[in-house]
Design a protein around this ligand. Structure first.
Ligand code: DGJ
Length: 538
């Protein structure tokens, strides 16, 4: 064989090997629902996004090496990364997908999937990612006007020219994905980022005011929607008449959701990927009014409006930056709805937040993602970032080999979880025939005194059978007691195996017994341990 021919053959072989090594999805990713729970199907099977999001300005080819380093350190399987309108359409009607193309081909090399974030009309309530040609033309693409008649730093959701421009650009993005991403590296697209307005509850421009003084659209006037919005069921009326002191914020939510719903619908018509929006949350307790939060985005109180106004959006997802576990748990409850698959697109990169990965699974969620995983161009931050990623990285490293099982169990409603609260109080989990008793605040040894100030402990239980469980956790201690007909009876561990999943099968490393189970049951230390536990009543 001559030298050129062997080189050719070697290259062909290499490309075949590469093709098979990459995450190649043969069918479109899609979301399905069963008994009010959801799954993201990738290659036809439930998939759990072990996600991480790059910093806002890191999705440029020159910055991506840092992002990939972080992605590897985090053991993620799905990178969330922005794509910028200002880069994609630098001149009106002239599209440049070179950066999108780089992101997709690098993701394939790194064997991970992508969630692309369309930073366009809204980014945290402002229009800072609009292309320059739009920024220069405030008359055509105006801002929200506040009650004093002054513009605020947020695009008006009521202007057709802006909407048309976004639809055109987003449709071009989705067409590009359709033609180039035939192996479905991209799993979902986030439409805009934390939409809404800071600084004015709604748009008071003459155009918006006229709409506000008109009738509430019929789609909102159904008994179900009105009841969900705590409004009296009436046949018709203006925003003020129907919604009273909530009229301004509901009008703004309708306006933003209608706008984004139309952008999403146009993109989906071209290429039907799952689409979602993320929410800058409001405080989940006390029903605060919109002058206290980013008005118009998919906050919990206006989810019924978003569901009606933007049906092409599959998921409204909460960005978790709240600092108390009761608030975070409440938010997760509020976004876990029959009509809303649970996905946490962002969580602050603090150690306490890693535990909510378990809560999301217990709610049948499809993915979780800490925000800002890379060093953001500050090389000296690299070591610090590795440390900050660590609590999440350890969870993902343990979860990755059993990702498909976790996704199945979550979809089947087999997972329950508890997370350590700030008071380190003990908690219980009802598993049907058994109750799990979970003690926090220790270091995993029996009866240990609290040693951690941070509330980072967590425990997840997947019920395999009546008396058999997969358990995963950190910084807690676990025991059981029989419930129901067997309550009060003596019981024992039949077997407690420590191990890990490999290719869908649990591989036992050792059987825990004696000191490791006798003193109040198995303990979980700083790094997550996976146990398979069988129990027996005697
Ligand atoms: C939430 C936004 O969605 C992100 O893009 C980022 O700005 C963070 N807040 C702040 O770090």
């Amino acid at each position: 064989m001559n030298r050129n021919l062997s080189l050719c053959l070697a290259l062909v072989l290499l490309s075949i090997v590469n093709t098979f090594a990459q995450p190649v999805a043969t069918t479109m990713p899609r979301i399905i629902e069963k008994d009010g729970r959801h799954a993201l199907l990738v290659d036809g099977k439930p998939f759990l996004m072990l996600g991480g999001q790059a910093h806002n300005s890191s999705a440029w080819p020159g910055m991506m090496p840092n992002v990939w380093r972080a992605a590897e350190a985090l053991h993620l399987n799905t990178l969330e990364v922005p794509i910028y309108w200002e880069q994609v359409e630098p001149e009106a009607g002239h599209f440049d997908f070179s950066v999108v193309n780089t992101l997709i081909s690098q993701a394939r090399q790194h064997k991970v999937h992508l969630v692309l974030l369309w930073f366009a009309t809204w980014k945290n309530g402002s229009n800072h990612y609009m292309p320059e040609w739009m920024k220069r033309d405030a008359a055509k693409y105006p801002d929200v006007i506040n009650p004093k008649g002054q513009p605020v730093d947020s695009p008006s959701p009521n202007v057709k020219a802006t909407l048309d421009a976004d639809i055109k650009a987003f449709t071009a993005v989705m067409s590009y994905l359709k033609t180039t991403d035939t192996q479905h590296t991209v799993l979902m697209v986030q439409v805009e980022n934390e939409s809404g307005a800071w600084g004015s509850v709604r748009d008071y421009s003459p155009l918006a005011q006229k709409m506000f003084e008109g009738q509430v659209p019929a789609a909102l006037m159904t008994p179900g929607v009105l009841a969900a919005l705590n409004a009296p069921v009436v046949g018709s009326g203006t925003w003020q008449q129907v919604f009273g002191d909530r009229a301004d914020e509901y009008f703004q939510a309708w306006s933003v959701a209608r706008y984004i719903g139309q952008v999403a619908a146009a993109g989906k018509a071209v290429y039907p990927l799952p689409l979602y929006v993320n929410a800058a949350l409001r405080e989940p307790f006390g029903n605060p009014t919109a002058n206290n939060y980013e008005s118009g985005g998919p906050t919990d109180n206006v989810l019924p409006i978003w569901k009606v106004a933007a049906p092409a959006i599959d998921i409204e997802g909460p960005d978790l930056y709240l600092n108390a576990s009761d608030k975070v748990l409440k938010v997760i409850d509020l976004y876990d709805r029959r009509d809303n698959p649970l996905f946490v697109p962002e969580a602050g990169l603090i150690a306490e937040n890693a535990k909510y990965f378990y809560t999301v699974l217990a709610h049948g969620g499809i993915g979780f993602s800490p925000f800002g995983i890379d060093d953001n161009g500050v090389a000296e931050k690299a070591a610090l970032m590795t440390e900050r990623l660590s609590p999440f990285a350890q969870e993902y490293a343990a979860a990755a080999p059993m990702m498909r099982q976790l996704a199945e169990w979550a979809f089947d409603g087999r997972i329950k979880a508890v997370v350590e609260r700030e008071d380190h109080a003990d908690q219980t989990i009802d598993l049907g025939a058994w109750q799990a008793d979970v003690k926090f605040g220790g270091d995993g040894r029996a009866n240990a005194a609290p040693v951690y100030n941070q509330a980072t402990g967590k425990l997840l239980v997947a019920k395999l059978a009546e008396n058999q469980f997969i358990v995963m956790g950190t910084r807690c201690h676990l025991s059981f007691q029989p419930l129901g007909a067997n309550a009060g009876k003596a019981w024992q561990y039949l077997k407690v195996e420590e191990g890990r999943y490999e290719n869908g099968t649990f591989k036992s490393l050792r059987i825990l017994n004696g000191d490791e189970t006798d003193w109040g049951g198995p303990g979980f230390g700083n790094t997550p341990t996976v146990l398979r536990i069988s129990l027996v009543v005697r």
